[in-house]
Design a protein around this ligand. Structure first.
Ligand SMILES: [Fe+2]
Ligand SMILES: [Fe+2]
Length: 128
């Protein structure tokens, strides 16, 4: 499984948000590395770190979204909640039995899709 590299295509133009997004992508890469080396216990630990960082990030991002004009953040907020429910469900499964690449791919897909669909809307306030 390949690492995810940060790309300017992910950039919101808001420094603290981009730094947090980079941190979350880094957590995902740590999961990939541990899974690739067969260390499922460390992969599971990295998943917990990822989940905790997502929770913290969503709190900060929500504050930012509320401060921006012209954005109705309700759909964005509800996607954050769905992500946390989904990742917590995956984490509970992971603690019982490792589903390997399927799990890590699902975590990545969930996070990256959200960044591209919702977080990039922040961009118009900071880049353009
Ligand atoms: Fe978000
Ligand atoms: Fe975000």
């Amino acid at each position: 499984m390949n690492r995810i590299e940060w790309s300017e295509n992910f950039s919101t133009g808001h420094g603290p948000t981009d730094a947090q997004h980079k941190g979350i992508i880094s957590d995902c890469n740590i999961m990939i590395e541990h899974l690739s080396s067969g260390d499922t216990a460390r992969c599971s630990q990295a998943m917990s770190d990822c989940l905790r960082n997502c929770e913290q990030h969503f709190v900060e991002e929500s504050t930012l979204l509320r401060s921006l004009d012209g954005i109705d953040p309700s759909e964005h907020f509800s996607d954050h909640q769905q992500i946390l429910v989904h990742l917590n469900g995956l984490k509970k499964k992971c603690e019982k039995v490792c589903s390997g690449q399927a799990c890590v791919s699902e975590v990545l897909h969930t996070i990256i899709s959200h960044m591209l669909k919702h977080d990039l809307k922040i961009r118009q306030h900071f880049i353009y």
